[in-house]
Write a protein that binds this ligand. Structure first.
Ligand code: BGC
Length: 521
C-alpha cells in the first residue's frame, strides 16, 4: 500500500446488520464479520468501514447512538470489537468506524436527563431545546423540516421544543457546549486506543446551525435538501455548512494525529458542489471527504464526465485526493439505478471499472461485488424511518447471500430467516455460486482490484481523449480507460486490453462496457 495508506485505498463498507450473522438471530453481528474477513482480504480491499454497532434502540438502525463506547448486544460485545480489529489488522486490513456527532439517541442518558431536568437546566443545554413561537409557544422555533421529511422540532410535555435534523428519536447536540466537545474528544481517544485506523464522520456538515428560519419563496416549503432548495431558486441552508464546524475538526485532527500510525478522518459532508468540500479538506481538518457526485449520477456519459471533471478540477489545486463511491447504505444500489436485468448489471460493472481507475480512494458497498440489485420490499418489510414515497433505504440493506440454494443463503447458521427477506433469485448470486465462475461479478471485482493494485496508482493526473459523444476515455499513466455509455460499439483506443467489464472484445468496445488498456508510451 502506498503512503499514506488511505490516499488510494479501496475501502469496503460493511453494514453490520446485514453482512454475516454468527449467532443465528437473523441480524448480522461483529463475530459474523470477523469470520468473513478472509473473504474481504481475498477480494483485495485495503480497508473496511463499519457502519455503527453501538448500543442503540435502532430507530435509525444504529445511527441513533445511546453509548458511543460500547457494542449493542445485538451485534456482540466490546471483546468482539477488539477481536475484529485484531483479526483485520493481522490480515492487513485497516478499520474505519462510524462516528455520529450530530445527534444522540433519545435513549442516551444525556437526553433522558435533559427531559427530566426541565427548561433552563444545564442538562437541556447539551441539546438544542428552545421555547416555541406564537402566543402559547405552540409554533416551532424555526420553520425547518428534517432530512427525513418531518418537522425538525418536536415539542415535549413541558412545552419546550427540541431540534432533530433526522428522526425525532435523534435529538441534535449543542456543539457550542464544552461538555459535548470534550465528550467527543474522549470518544475518539477511546477507539483510537483500541486501534481503529479512522473515523467516518456522520453528517459532518451539520454540527453547528444558525437557528433562524430558512428563507423560502412565496408559497414555497422549507426543505433541508439543498438540491431541492436550489431548484426553487433558494440558496439558504442555515442548518448546514456553518463556518464554525471547522473549528471542531481542527481540534479532532490534533487528537487523531497525536496517535502513532496514519489514523484518519473522512467526512460525510453533503455539499452542493465538489469545490465546497475543499474547506473540509484543509491540511489540519479531514484527510478525506466523500464525493457523492457519481453516486448521484444516472447512466450517462455526460453526467459521468461532469462528476469526474468537476471533482478533479475542484480538488486539483489542493493537497487533497478525491474519493469515489457508487453505492452505500443510504442510496439505491448503482446496479438498479442504471436500469433492469442484465443490461443494468453490465452498466454497473462498467461504471465500477472506470471508477477504480481514477486517482484517489474508492469506497465499495457490501454486495456490489456480487452484483446485488436494490430489492423492492413489500410494505411490511419497509422499516426505514426515511421512507421516501414508501420506498426507503431497506432495499440496499438486505442481508448478503453467502451460499446455498434458498434463504438465508448462509447469512447465519441454520434456517432462521434474516431481519429483511432475501429474494429467492439470489441463489445464483451467492458468494459460493460466483466463486471461481468465469465472468461472474465477484471474479470480475477480484480481477479489477488486483489490476488496480498493479496499474492504477501514483499518478494524480488524468488526460481525457477525444472520443464519440456517448463514450468517455482517459489516460492515467500507462493506463487508458474507456467506457461506452452509448448504444453502438465504439473503436477501442490503442493498447493491450488488461481487463474488460463485459464480453471479451476484438477491436471494438460494446455498449454498456468499460475496459482498461495498457500502452508503453
Ligand atoms: C447516515 C444515515 C443516517 C443519518 C443520520 C447519515 O448521513 O449515513 O444512514 O440515517 O446520517 O445519522
Amino acid at each position: 500500500m502506498n503512503s499514506p495508506w488511505w490516499r488510494e485505498a479501496v475501502t469496503y463498507q460493511i453494514y453490520p446488520r446485514s453482512f454475516a450473522d454468527a449467532d443465528g438471530d437473523g441480524t448480522g453481528d461483529l463475530a459474523g464479520i470477523t469470520s468473513r474477513l478472509d473473504y474481504l482480504a481475498d477480494l483485495g480491499v485495503d480497508a473496511i468501514w463499519l457502519s455503527p454497532f453501538y448500543p442503540s434502540p435502532q430507530y435509525d438502525y444504529g445511527y441513533d447512538v445511546s453509548d458511543a463506547r460500547d457494542v449493542d448486544p445485538v451485534f456482540g460485545t466490546l471483546e468482539d470489537a477488539e477481536a475484529l480489529l485484531k483479526e483485520a489488522h493481522e490480515l492487513g486490513l485497516k478499520v474505519i468506524i462510524d462516528l455520529i456527532p450530530n445527534h444522540t439517541s433519545s435513549s442516551h442518558p444525556w437526553f433522558i436527563d435533559a427531559l427530566a431536568a426541565g427548561p433552563g437546566s444545564p442538562e437541556r443545554d447539551r441539546y438544542l431545546f428552545r421555547d416555541g413561537r406564537g402566543p402559547n409557544g405552540d409554533e416551532p422555533p424555526t420553520n425547518w423540516r428534517s432530512v427525513f421529511g418531518q418537522p425538525a422540532w418536536t415539542r415535549v410535555s413541558d412545552g419546550q421544543w427540541y431540534l432533530h435534523m433526522f428522526d425525532r428519536e435523534e435529538p441534535d447536540l449543542n456543539w457550542r457546549h464544552p461538555e459535548v466537545i470534550e465528550e467527543f474528544r474522549s470518544v475518539l481517544r477511546w477507539w483510537l486506543d483500541r486501534g481503529v485506523d479512522g473515523f467516518r464522520v456522520d453528517v459532518a456538515h451539520g454540527l453547528v446551525k444558525a437557528l433562524r428560519d430558512q428563507r423560502v419563496p412565496e408559497g414555497g416549503e422549507p426543505n433541508s435538501d439543498p438540491a431541492v432548495m436550489y431548484e426553487i431558486g433558494v440558496d439558504d441552508d442555515p442548518m448546514w455548512d456553518h463556518p464554525d464546524v471547522h473549528e471542531i475538526y481542527r481540534d479532532w485532527h490534533k487528537v487523531v494525529s497525536s496517535y502513532p500510525g496514519e489514523r484518519m478522518l473522512i467526512a460525510e459532508a453533503w455539499t452542493r458542489a465538489p469545490g465546497d468540500l475543499r474547506g473540509y479538506l484543509r491540511a489540519d481538518e479531514f484527510e478525506q471527504a466523500f464525493n457523492f457526485r457519481w453516486l448521484q449520477s444516472h447512466w450517462s456519459a455526460r453526467e459521468f464526465t461532469d462528476a469526474i471533471v468537476s471533482t478533479l478540477e475542484a480538488l486539483n489545486p489542493s493537497r487533497a485526493w478525491p474519493t469515489w463511491v457508487l453505492s452505500n447504505h443510504d442510496a439505491m444500489r448503482h446496479r438498479t439505478r442504471y436500469g433492469d436485468g442484465a443490461q443494468a448489471l453490465a452498466r454497473a460493472r462498467a461504471a465500477t471499472l472506470m471508477m477504480l481507475a481514477l486517482p484517489g480512494a474508492a469506497y465499495l458497498y457490501q454486495g456490489e461485488e456480487l452484483g446485488l440489485p436494490h430489492v423492492q420490499l413489500p410494505p411490511e418489510h419497509q422499516l426505514d424511518p426515511w421512507a421516501e414515497g414508501g420506498n426507503g433505504r431497506d432495499g440496499c440493506r438486505v442481508p448478503l447471500p453467502w451460499s446455498g440454494e434458498a434463504p438465508p443463503f448462509g447469512f447465519g447458521p441454520g434456517d432462521g430467516q434474516p431481519w429483511l427477506p432475501q429474494p429467492y433469485q439470489w441463489a445464483d448470486l451467492t458468494v459460493a455460486a460466483q466463486t471461481g465462475r468465469p465472468g461472474s461479478t465477484l471474479e470480475f471485482y477480484r480481477s479489477a482490484l488486483a489490476a488496480r493494485r498493479r496499474y492504477a496508482h501514483g499518478d494524480k493526473e488524468v488526460k481525457f481523449l477525444d472520443v464519440p459523444k456517448d463514450v468517455i476515455a482517459f489516460r492515467r499513466g500507462r493506463l487508458t480507460v474507456v467506457i461506452n455509455c452509448g448504444a453502438t460499439p465504439t473503436p477501442l483506443p490503442r493498447g493491450d486490453v488488461l481487463i474488460c467489464s463485459g464480453e471479451p472484445l476484438a477491436s471494438e468496445l460494446p455498449p454498456d462496457t468499460a475496459a482498461w488498456l495498457l500502452s508503453d508510451e
